[in-house]
Design a protein around this ligand. Structure first.
Ligand code: ADP
Length: 487
């Protein structure tokens, strides 16, 4: 096959299991693996955070790279991901990346003051790969989110450019907007600081740079690809995105079907399959005991989320007393916004036998909740793709979601017709309001007592193919299209 050794560099600021703050890390782990299985020579490029350096065994492949005249030189290291599949390059710079705290923020949640430089340097190194300066000669550089948005800009103004670029948006809400001084610092031409360029209301937007200068743009669901061309979802970049709509694709994320498999998940005690969904009940009882919730036959609703405005938890809080009247229970795992954290903790104090609130990040508990819950709540205001509704369907946990982004593309509403034709997999509501959310939850609570219909929803969801293999084929076709596109 002509594409069997297509060299692609996948630049990302996080990858599971090395470092993860959200869905980007899952995609960065699974998609390259699936593409390598298809014969594409895709390799990762990452910043050398302490957790990355600790978990990989790396060798130096390039010393002393002086990226910008006034900056300390960096080193380029190489290794292989812990699962032994995808090769990885790491930019090592103690001054930029080796510090305690998160990849983007310090322990108090404050963005690192030098983020423009930290991700500018990552992007500049990626662009050097695109000049074929290093060992590996990618024909395409696949960039992800604002942290890599300058790669297409650097390459656009580079006469030695050899690689094309794909800019993937995992979330439009994070744009990397910084002061214009970086233009001179990074040696970008002054004309790039323009509305037709990377300028954004007098500042520089790294995401806009990627969207403006890349050869192609993709995002993580077909519906989100349409939504971001509108003012409601485009975060100020809808004009640019609708201008470039002919070069904008939406490809749904897959999931790691090995890690998320109720038949073999090492995080749960009672395994179950589509043939014996009824065994899921043991996990429900076990989690109730583990979290000190009352034994009951009423349903258990799960939530696993970053506690951020996007996720619509503020729509849920006012209707919790009403939900509690039905006897249902809610288990929440999440962290983020301190106000939301304390409102939820107060609700757990009011309803100690019905609500369990777990603040923090806990991979094991996340799996246990998916295995135990009867329903899963995602009332997101926007959701580029979303993974938990997919994990839920795989675990026979019925998702209740807002019709937006990837939620709209993955969950099929339990209308009478969809139940009858065996396509229904969950409950979907339209307007981001507490009233509509409550009505939707009440529809689910009602159907829960119809064992036959409920089991058929579970089976419909559990039999869907959410694997990365299918998605990787779509990316492979897109890569070929970008490389052959001369318009
Ligand atoms: P986003 O990227 O917007 O946070 P996604 O649904 O695409 O949302 O991906 C979130 C990922 O992070 C999922 O794998 C989810 O299970 C996981 N996750 C989010 N919060 C937590 C948490 N507190 N503990 C464990 N896993 C979490």
């Amino acid at each position: 096959m002509s594409d069997s050794k297509l060299p692609v560099l996948f630049v990302t600021s996080e990858v599971y299991p090395l470092i993860k703050t959200g869905g980007l890390a899952d995609v960065s782990a699974a998609l390259p693996n699936a593409l390598r299985n298809m014969g594409i020579d895709i390799r990762l490029l990452l910043p050398g955070y302490p957790v990355v350096l600790e978990q990989l065994s790396l060798i130096e492949v390039h010393e002393n790279i002086r990226v910008f005249p006034l900056q300390d030189p960096v080193r380029l290291l190489a290794g292989i991901m812990p699962d032994g599949i995808t090769p990885v390059y790491v930019v090592e710079s103690p001054a930029l990346y080796e510090r305690e705290g998160g990849p983007y923020q310090d322990a108090n949640g404050k963005s690192w003051y030098d983020n423009p430089l930290r991700f500018g340097i990552l992007s500049k190194i990626a662009a050097k790969f695109g000049q074929h300066h290093f060992l590996f000669k990618p024909q395409l550089i696949h960039c992800n989110d604002w942290q890599t948005g300058l790669v297409p800009a650097f390459l656009n103004f580079d006469s030695k450019r050899k690689a094309k670029t794909l800019m993937s948006i995992h979330n439009m809400a994070y744009q990397g907007v910084f002061g214009p001084e970086i233009i001179a610092l990074f040696g970008l031409p002054p004309e790039s600081f323009n509305i037709s360029g990377l300028e954004y209301y007098g500042q520089v937007s790294y995401l806009k740079a990627g969207l403006y200068y890349s050869d192609w743009i993709s995002t993580v669901s077909p519906t989100y690809a349409k939504e971001i061309q509108t003012p409601e979802y485009g975060c100020g970049l809808e004009g640019l995105l609708s201008q470039r709509q002919n070069k904008l694709s939406g490809i749904l994320n897959g999931i790691d079907t090995m890690a998320w498999n109720p038949e073999s998940d090492p995080n749960i005690k009672n395994h179950y399959s589509i043939k014996k969904v009824v065994n899921k009940k043991r996990n429900t009882q076990a989690l109730r005991t583990q979290l000190n919730l009352a034994p009951t036959t009423a349903p258990l609703l799960g939530i696993i989320t970053r506690l951020a405005e996007q996720k619509g938890i503020d729509l849920l809080i006012p209707i919790i007393p009403e939900i509690m009247k039905s006897g249902a229970q809610i288990v929440i795992l999440g962290s983020g916004d301190k106000g939301l954290e304390s409102s939820l903790e107060n609700l757990a104090k009011t309803y100690p036998k019905q609500i369990s609130v777990n603040i923090g990040y806990d991979e094991k508990l996340a799996h246990q909740i998916e295995a135990a819950a009867n329903m899963f709540l995602m009332p997101s205001k926007f959701e580029p793709c979303g993974l938990n509704q997919i994990y839920s369907m795989r675990y026979g946990t019925i998702p209740i979601v807002r019709r937006t982004g990837g939620l709209a593309d993955t969950v099929i509403d339990a209308t009478l017709e969809n139940i009858k034709n065996k396509t229904a997999t969950g409950f979907v509501f339209d307007k981001a309001s507490s009233d509509e959310l409550l009505l939707c939850i009440q529809r689910a609570l009602k159907l829960f007592h119809d064992d036959k219909k409920w089991t058929s929803l579970q089976i419909n969801g559990m039999s869907r193919d959410f694997s990365w293999n299918k998605r990787a084929e779509e990316y492979s076709l897109l890569y070929q299209k970008i490389l052959s596109d001369n318009t």
